[in-house]
Design a protein around this ligand. Structure first.
Ligand code: 5AD
Ligand code: SF4
Length: 481
């Protein structure tokens, strides 16, 4: 029998509130851990399960950093863990369904060890219906916190562990910027660096502007310092993160320092490789294209989500460009940075998408010559405008469209691989191949997966590889001097 829940005592999310944008100045908050919290995790362990985008991976590294500062140690054994956090993704329904399953599965560990603290974090926690369901049906979840209050994790752990109370604290606000957060990074040579948070685009299908708040850029000095520090620690590559990195700096009215300027400054930090994700075509400007052209450490790779090739659908998606203007910008980018590899995101089956609309998408894919894409079937997200749009396309037709689109996208992957046959490319060696531990694997400057034979001492280094085989998903080659 489920207990009656006093919802009033918790801070629960509110999507109407989350939609609001004001002209309020963004506050910068400094993270600090009080001394008494530094031993809470002594002799205790934690696990973080991460779903979704790179933004979540970066947030999980922060959560890990905070827990380790509190004395917790990482474990991979769930039956031994004292804290398990699930950092969730809300972008599509199937991502959420997996997480509900995961929460059900973890109940067994809670039964085994009633002292286990189970926490739900990330974008799903920012949704009203999710928190309601957790409150009513998932009473074994001890902590729910959202994307705006990761820095308060120590308080939540303390309350759940010693106060033996459930903590549900999710803010639906525009958001601030928290600096000085500790990070336990997952990789030794490649690092995520947040340059901005939130999104103000409000594409009609997307939940992100509600779950991540207003677009707000970190100060350039903080970013440059972080990258310089990573260089000192031996990092080779940074990936700059934001929902729309092309809008970097546009929320700071005081100067006209934007994404292109940041790329140029970061190029001088000594880092070998700079990547970034993700972009919005509408904010991609000439300054950025020229910075990629001029900066030797900025990689010749661009992920530029188009979403659809139909102008009618693009308008309903609120994307602020047409098929023609997208292709024009893409051509400008390709002319400015010859040889650049471009990938994209595409949604099929958006409400009201007809066969003709879909054919426009296929036509755009052909003209754009993408070297890869993440493709999705539209997923209805409660609270977004598109959730109310009439959608009469049968699911089976949508699946067929996805299949037809992927065929075309795969041709692009293969063409993108084949153009490197016989070329020598620079590879940052990540580790051994998943399929053969005598083979090394890494990524080229154009973001192609490359496998080759070599000594494991090369891991973390940038080496030259001559490409001898080009497959759809990867290249193979030989180490050269
Ligand atoms: N349904 C399907 N795909 C979506 N995306 C965002 N929201 C949805 C949705 N409701 C896709 C977009 C975006 C990528 C990160 O996820 O293509 O670029
Ligand atoms: Fe979502 Fe559009 Fe913002 Fe990307 S730009 S996060 S798709 S609202």
């Amino acid at each position: 029998m489920s207990k009656k829940i006093d919802v009033e005592k918790y801070f629960t999310p509110d999507l109407t509130q989350a939609r609001k944008r004001t002209k309020k100045t963004i506050e910068e908050v400094q993270f600090d851990l009080i001394d008494t919290y530094k031993s809470i995790g002594h002799n205790k362990t934690y696990i973080i399960h991460t779903y979704g985008c790179q933004g979540n991976e970066a947030d999980s590294e922060t959560m890990a950093g905070i827990l380790e500062l509190m004395g917790f140690k990482k474990t991979s054994d769930e039956s031994d863990a004292d804290v398990i956090l699930i950092n969730t993704c809300a972008i599509r329904e199937n991502a959420e369904n997996r997480i509900w399953g995961e929460l059900g599965r973890l109940k067994a560990y809670k039964r085994q060890n009633p002292n286990l603290i189970l926490g739900l974090a990330g974008c799903m926690a920012q949704e009203e219906n999710v928190v309601e369901r957790v409150l009513k049906k998932y009473q074994h979840v001890d902590i729910v916190f959202g994307t705006h209050n990761i820095h308060k994790l120590p308080d939540y752990i303390q309350t759940a562990m010693f106060g033996k109370e459930r903590v549900i604290e999710v803010y639906s606000k525009e958001g601030e910027i928290v600096e000085n957060l500790p990070k336990t990074r997952n990789h030794k040579y490649k690092a995520w660096v947040n340059i901005m948070f939130g999104c103000d685009e409000f594409c009609t299908y997307c939940i992100v502007p509600y779950t991540r708040g207003k677009e707000r850029s970190r100060s350039k000095d903080e970013i440059i310092e972080e990258v310089k520090e990573l260089v000192k620690q031996g990092y080779q590559e940074v990936t700059l993160l934001g929902q729309n990195v092309n809008a970097y700096g546009k929320d700071k009215k005081e100067d006209d320092y934007t994404f292109g300027d940041l790329l140029r400054d970061l190029n001088d930090t000594g880092i070998s490789r700079i990547r970034f994700t993700t972009s919005h075509p509408h904010d991609l400007d000439r300054k950025t294209m020229e910075a990629i052209r001029d900066c030797e450490h900025v990689m010749p790779f661009f992920h530029l989500p188009v979403q659809s090739g139909s102008n009618r659908v693009l308008k309903k998606m609120n994307r602020h460009y047409t098929k023609e203007s997208y292709l024009e910008k893409l051509n400008e980018l390709k002319e400015t940075v010859p040889g650049i590899s471009v990938t994209t995101d595409i949604i099929v089956g958006f409400p009201g998408e007809t066969e003709e609309d879909f054919l426009e998408t296929l036509d755009l894919v052909e003209k754009a010559d993408f070297e890869g894409a993440f493709t999705f079937v539209f997923s209805k997200r409660e609270g977004t405008p598109a959730a109310k749009f009439e959608d009469d396309t049968p699911e089976e037709d949508k699946k067929q469209r996805l299949y037809r689109l992927n065929e075309k996208i795969n041709d692009g992957y293969l063409r993108g691989s084949q153009r490197f046959l016989g070329e020598t490319v620079k590879v940052l060696v990540d580790g051994v191949s998943k399929h053969d531990d005598e083979v090394l694997a890494g990524y080229s400057e154009h973001q192609k997966l490359v496998n080759f034979r070599g000594d494991q001492s090369l891991i973390g280094k940038i080496v030259n590889v001559k490409i001898t085989v080009a497959k759809t998903w990867f290249l193979m080659g030989e180490l050269v001097d």
